[in-house]
Write a protein that binds this ligand. Sequence first.
Ligand code: TRP
Length: 332
Amino acid sequence: MKKQVLTGIKPTGRIHLGNYIGAIKPALKLAENDFYNTAYFVADYHGLTKIHDQAEMKELTYGVAAAWLALGLDPDRAIFYRQSDIPEIFELSWILACFAPKGLLNRAHAYKSIAEENHKMGREADAGVNMGVFTYPILMAADILLFQTELVPVGKDQIQHVEIARDLAEYFNNQYGETFVLPDYIIEEETAVLPGLDGRKMSKSYNNTIPLFEQPKKLQKLINKIKTDSSPPEEPKNPESSIIFSLYREFATPEQVEEMRKRYQRGIGWGQAKKELFEVMNSFIEEPRAQYETLMASPEKLDAILKEGAAKARKKAIPFMTEIKTKIGIFH
Ligand code: TRP
């Protein structure tokens, strides 16, 4: 039996290098593997917990979809859809909510860290928390469990969410008998630490990202912003502690990486290192960027691909939902 793999990206910002290296690239590799069935989606309703602007929601949603496709997702191999096109996810989300202990969600990191920040700032514990944020892990559990997912490739910050999905599956199974497959997460270890412009993890929340499909001039400008020390060009430099080198390594050939390592040890000017980083990055991105732009200019094409994916996904979801509803005594 093929294993079911599923992951989603929420449209809360433009796709950046960290998304690509940490999530999209490994997910695409799994899609090419014949041992897996893969389902990848745009988690637009998860995005709604943050994005409350019509135009922004549309643009970001298409942006995530176009990025997957431009980077090589083949919608004939992976089921590729938009979360909001699958009403069964939301039905299941409610059912799971009725099995989710509130205390479990109180302990979910994303909510807990807002509550703790509020406490520190002397605000009311739930200030600024909408119920979408609070019940976020339940919707994510529905995403995962509806498709009998065995493996969920995610970043480290999402491990707890997959564990919550597992817990909810177990509560349900204990009550009604084996129904849901218990999911596991897969983490991309080496890439979990892709540095951003300031050296911290590249993340929308730190505002230190390099958007993947940036125009060459903008890309060069961003790379020039990477923080460096004031050591002169001829001074030997440690490649392992350089953000520029860490990024270079992701895009250059192994030979180029080795050569660059030697040049660091001999001494290289930061300006030169940045220029060469730009060159490898830009030549990698050139083709997908052109495809991304073409797709963004034809949203009807994106809609058609996503709708087709949704139809395939619902073929699985509808009968499973009937089974679930029968079990809980609601199907007539
Ligand atoms: N919460 C995930 C993130 O922020 C996105 C997501 C939504 C997801 N539903 C999912 C990931 C289901 C994996 C499986 O990155």
